[in-house]
Ligand binder design. Structure first.
Ligand code: ARG
Length: 491
């Protein structure tokens, strides 16, 4: 029968606890699972197995969950009501201490769950030692992550909505600005700059949709699953469900403690968001290059070179494009952690958090700068118009003119292709070809066909729903203004 001093629960010797002979008595203490162990863990093992260095960010949600659990234990008569109330009051106190930076973290206590429980026992003695009744860290940590993500997702969606608003404001300020649309990074057809920006608004809307959809699926109470199989004690999961405002609860305790697919979903949504941001970033980087000169970012959102005095670099866009890699990394990490894991909880799952937190921090960091960078971006409509005046951009319009004359499209495509070759061979731009020359390539040519080479007309002609026509885009801008004026997370 040994007495193992691991950490003092109080300065006051009389109120210290001993876990000795696998039994809790007054005196000193060791790790909360200490009863089974005859020897203290090596320091390097404690350092290796700890998660407190990163899971401490779950403190608020851990406390929220523990309070609901304690109240349920009290209401169900599993622990005295007075103990439940004392536990809740002390948990609030612990929360205050943590927020005041007054809380001591120590690797011996492994994770945030054990830190808070130990502190509770230190404050309340036997009453505190009742909080973990009918609960395991396996269902507790699962609950904490769900509570955390449920909040975080709303915050992320808020950030994405701000970025959408900034893009819509730029679209509205540039309603008539035309630039070349690209496919294969080659001039394709003229489009409105607003149309291009609204493409990102659409992509970002789906990002919000994916996050909110993942939120619906993770918004399920796992507590009550215990370590794996539930509990023999008469707990009331419905009570906890209501207290924590979960629409439903997990139906299978093994699934509940084993699964992190909700984390995979959130990370997949963040990875797709990062991918979308990397594309917007790439466009911005190209547009700001000397070759394009379509836009200029504000000085406040660029940095210079330590060597070349003339440099002004679009670093926010570049770093965001680069950060996409680490968000993908977090997704790959969680997928790999979960791959092939036998049911149910395995300690591998502790590795679920760092990547998740990092991805959330990364996306929040992007969202803390991106909307302002877009808001303050200067647009050069003349430069864009100049690039869009390339008559080659209207070759499709010419083919469509031929279609209007009854020529089957594939033939029209061929005829216009021949005209492009003719112009190139005669060293002319497409709009410099005369009517006679055009007629020599295809007899259907007429005067009207000489007027298709206007980017304005090309845009104006595309009033199909979803097209780049002026009215279409104006109504899309109105749509988004209304959509984004509503309650942020209501969708
Ligand atoms: N820190 C652990 C984690 O993040 C908590 C659960 C530990 N459970 C256990 N049986 N050791 O996963």
């Amino acid at each position: 029968c040994g007495v193992f001093l691991v950490f003092p629960l109080s300065e006051e010797p009389m109120t210290c606890y001993i876990f000795s002979c696998k039994q809790l008595t007054k005196g000193d203490a060791m790790a909360l699972w200490g009863g089974r162990f005859a020897q203290d863990a090596e320091k390097c093992v404690r350092d290796f197995t700890q998660s407190i260095s990163y899971d401490k960010r779950l403190y608020k949600h851990d406390i929220e969950g523990s309070k609901a659990h304690a109240l349920m234990l009290g209401a169900s008569g599993i622990i005295p009501q007075a103990s439940a109330e004392a536990i809740c009051a002390r948990l609030d106190e612990i929360c205050g201490k943590i927020e005041a930076g007054d809380f001591k973290y120590q690797v011996e206590l492994e994770d945030i769950h054990m830190h808070i429980e130990s502190e509770l026992i230190k404050m309340l003695g036997d009453e505190g030692a009742r909080v973990h009744t009918a609960r395991s860290r396996n269902d507790q940590v699962n609950l904490d992550i769900r509570l955390y993500l449920r909040d975080e997702i709303l915050h992320l969606v808020d950030g994405i909505r701000s970025l959408q608003k900034a893009l819509v404001a730029q679209a509205e300020a540039n309603k008539r600005t035309i630039l070349p649309g690209f496919t294969h990074l080659q001039h394709a057809q003229p489009v409105l700059f607003a149309h291009h920006l609204l493409a990102y608004v659409e992509m970002l809307d789906r990002d919000c949709g994916r996050l909110l959809d993942a939120r619906k699926r993770l918004n399920v109470l796992p507590l009550g699953s215990g370590a794996i199989a539930g509990t023999t004690l008469p707990i009331d999961r419905e009570f906890v469900r209501k207290k924590l405002n979960f629409p439903s609860m997990t139906r299978n305790s093994m699934d509940a403690v084993a699964s992190r697919d909700f984390t995979c979903e959130v990370l997949a949504a963040l990875a797709i968001f990062a991918m979308n941001i990397s594309r917007l970033s790439e466009d911005i980087i190209l547009w700001m290059s000397q070759e394009f000169s379509f836009i200029m970012l504000s000085d406040a959102f660029c940095t210079g070179s330590s060597l070349m005095p003339q440099k002004k670099n679009p670093d926010i866009a570049e770093i965001s494009r680069g950060k996409t890699g680490r968000v993908y990394g977090a997704l790959m990490s969680i997928l790999t952690i979960c791959k092939g894991l036998p049911l149910t909880y395995n300690r591998d799952l502790q590795e679920d958090k760092e990547g998740l937190f990092d991805a959330i921090d990364t996306v929040n960091a992007i969202l803390s700068v991106y909307p302002h960078m877009i808001e303050t971006m200067k647009v050069f409509p003349e430069r864009m118009a100049q690039a869009a005046s390339d008559p080659g951009l209207m070759a499709t319009d010419l083919a469509e003119e031929l279609v209007r004359k009854g020529v089957p499209f594939r033939h029209a495509h061929h005829k216009v292709g021949a005209l492009v070759r003719f112009a190139a061979e005669h060293n002319k731009a497409l709009n410099e070809v005369t009517l006679e020359e055009m007629k020599s390539v295809f007899p259907e040519a007429d005067e009207a066909m000489l007027h298709v080479f206007s980017a304005e007309n090309a845009v104006a002609g595309r009033e199909v729903f979803g097209g780049t026509g002026f009215q279409q885009v104006a109504s899309q801008i109105e749509f988004w203004k209304k959509e984004l004026a509503g309650p942020e997370n209501g969708k």
